[in-house]
Design a protein around this ligand. Structure first.
Ligand code: ZN
Length: 444
């Protein structure tokens, strides 16, 4: 069988330029384009004078034409001068993505690939045979365009603020979100008042006036900032942080103290029992262990009962934890204040030093804690978002500059329909330049 030369017909999205030549270099295909239409002044629309032809510029990388691995477009655009208005300009290349050395169709392909929240720069660069740096720059530009088009969220009443660690705890970042709709309002490196300051001036006056409450951990420095900038907003000390403070500062410390005391007495079995029971003590206790739904749960409950029976301090702090959790179910502010006050008194009068200290520390946050009855907001939502962030962290790995990482987090939480609309809007103007599926007409 004899093969005849193939005729390949491709619709190139290169208006208003035309293909003037081509060169093959190994697996790279180089295409050369020249302008054909007369040069028009972009200011006044008059015919302009060509005063230079751009010499060989750095080519734009385009979607690869099979069977070549990479395709480069060399575009000879012109520099012009308008005799009518005196404007000097460089001819625009409508199929170029912003100022990057990449065509619109390839830019769109990069961004589509990066749309998966677990997509990595490395994998995308490899798949499309582009440098990692170009993938990051193009995607970063795209994220900027999308984020800039997100309108101010409407009707936001409750927000939450929290910090998270990046670079294994060496650095911190702050995130402020709206709880309904769930959206990232602000994200920055650091966790100081100065870092959070810009948040108070990026939205409209009406937006800030509409906010009723903000959920946060009591330890944050942000509280004073909110009191100063948004005095009408109620600060709510949320359940999630309260529980984690209690387990860390009370339950765990008492457990380790008790474990040590067993060791000092030479009771190795007792020591091991408490040393290894960290999570056992955090699990809610059933009124009757026989209610357990599985053998495993039953064993867990029996062991919990045993631990509580072995040490009075452990028994007290676990009991007080149950009551603390119950407090957060109250929806009447007066009842909550009364119950919280009696909880504090019980804690302060207990013989457990860790519990006394905890109560003394928390007493001054009474208003924030009681506010939960009126505004049952939780930052557990942020925890869920952090899990997504962790995936993003891996994907953005290798970049010390966190701006790109933050943009990706913001992008992930833009409501789906809104995001689709913005994306359509961004790529809409280039649809006329986008490649249709390649059509190879084979002869012979
Ligand atoms: Zn002009």
């Amino acid at each position: 069988m004899q093969y005849l030369p193939q005729n390949i017909s491709i619709e190139l999205p290169c208006k208003p330029f035309v293909l003037s030549g081509q060169k093959i270099d190994g697996l790279d295909l180089h295409l050369y384009f020249e302008p054909v239409e007369s040069l028009v002044c972009p200011e006044c629309g008059d015919k302009a004078v060509i005063h230079a032809r751009a010499a060989s510029r750095r080519p734009l990388q385009a979607v690869a034409v099979a069977p070549y691995r990479r395709t480069f477009w060399h575009v000879a655009n012109r520099r012009g001068w308008c005799p009518h208005c005196g404007f000097t300009f460089t001819e625009a290349i409508p199929f170029q993505f912003l100022g990057r050395h990449v065509t619109l169709d390839l830019a769109k392909k990069i961004c589509d690939e990066m749309d998966e929240s677990s997509a990595t720069i490395r994998a995308t660069a490899k798949r499309l045979s582009i440098s990692e740096d170009l993938v990051r720059r193009v995607h970063s530009d795209f994220l900027d365009m999308v984020i800039a088009r997100v309108p101010e969220p409407q009707g936001v009443k409750s927000i939450a603020v929290d910090e998270f660690s990046i670079l294994k705890g060496q650095k911190y970042a702050t995130m402020i979100i709206s709880l309904e709709p769930r959206q990232v309002l602000y994200i920055c490196e650091g966790r100081t008042e100065e870092n959070v300051d810009p948040f108070f001036s990026i939205y409209s006056k009406e937006f800030y006036e509409g906010i009723e409450c903000v959920a946060m951990d009591q330890n944050h420095t942000y509280a004073s900032q909110f009191k100063e900038k948004l005095p009408h907003v109620t600060i709510v000390s949320d359940r999630f942080h309260m529980s984690s403070n209690y387990t860390k500062d009370v339950v765990d410390k008492v457990r380790l103290r008790v474990a040590r005391s067993y060791k000092e007495r030479g009771d190795n079995e007792g020591y091991k029992l408490f040393k290894q029971s960290k999570y056992r003590l955090f699990t809610p206790r059933l009124a009757d262990p026989s209610q357990a739904e599985s053998e495993q749960e039953l064993q867990g409950q029996l062991q919990l009962q045993k631990l509580l029976g072995m040490n009075e301090d452990i028994n007290s702090v676990v009991l007080m934890f149950e009551q603390l959790r119950a407090l957060y179910e109250i929806t009447d502010e007066d009842v909550m204040r009364e119950q919280w006050e009696s909880w504090l008194q019980m804690a302060e009068q207990s013989s457990v030093p860790e519990l006394v200290k905890f109560a003394q520390k928390k007493r001054r946050y009474t208003d924030q804690i009681v506010a939960h009855a009126k505004y049952p907001v939780t930052s557990a939502v942020i925890e869920g978002m952090f899990n997504v962030v962790k995936v993003q962290k891996r994907a953005a790995f290798g970049y010390r500059n966190f701006e790109y990482f933050f943009k990706r987090i913001q992008y992930v939480f833009i409501p789906g329909l809104l995001k689709e609309r913005i994306k359509r809007d961004i790529w809409k103007n280039c649809s006329q330049y986008l490649l249709d599926p390649l059509y190879h007409a084979k002869c012979g």
